[in-house]
Design a binder for this molecule. Structure first.
Ligand SMILES: [Zn+2]
Ligand SMILES: [Zn+2]
Length: 174
């Protein structure tokens, strides 16, 4: 996000909050700015708290939580849930994007050249007459750092495919 786009986005977000009847305090502005500055880092609420308190230690978790909750409700922030026991937050985007998620350390990064890769997926869906909506796609595995530490994909506890889990639940095994 370039500087100009960033400034525009901050104003857009604050305007939306104002339209919903929320007062724009300097604290809220700082929270929104921090979220938008870290748009590609998928912070969880703890990480957001650290980032925000580095700039203003007087802003508490409750204020951050409430603002994040509001933004999620308004569709200005996406909640990403990766079965980690907490949520991550991400600024919604207009295109398909891909996360690689490390099953060992939890690191989550975007694939390079996402636009081109998104087009490939769109074409696959198109073959079935299916039109895709913007979304994030998660690819699980082991990150380069963890591979270097000698971890191998077969040693990790395997997470069961969600669809199988659901089927089993329906049959009453769980
Ligand atoms: Zn992302
Ligand atoms: Zn890792």
């Amino acid at each position: 996000m370039d500087e100009e786009r960033f400034k525009e986005s901050v104003e857009e977000y604050l305007r939306s909050l104002q339209e919903r009847g929320f007062r724009i305090t300097s604290q809220r502005r700082l929270i929104v700015e921090t979220i938008l500055q870290n748009w590609d880092k998928h912070p969880n609420i703890r990480e957001l708290l650290d980032l925000i308190q580095k700039k203003d230690p007087s802003i508490g978790l409750a204020t951050i939580y409430r603002t994040v909750e509001l933004l999620v409700e308004m569709g200005l922030l996406h909640e990403v849930n990766l079965d980690e026991g907490f949520s991550r937050f991400e600024v919604p985007r207009e295109e398909i994007h891909f996360h690689t998620v490390c099953r060992s350390c939890g690191k989550m990064v975007h694939l390079k050249d996402e636009a081109k890769k998104g087009e490939v997926v769109e074409r696959w869906a198109e073959e079935m007459g299916f039109a895709i909506i913007p979304q994030s796609i998660e690819i699980f595995g082991i990150c380069p750092d963890c591979l270097e530490r000698g971890l191998s994909p077969t040693e990790l506890p395997q997470k069961e495919c969600r669809c199988r889990r659901r089927r089993r639940m329906r049959r009453g095994f769980m």
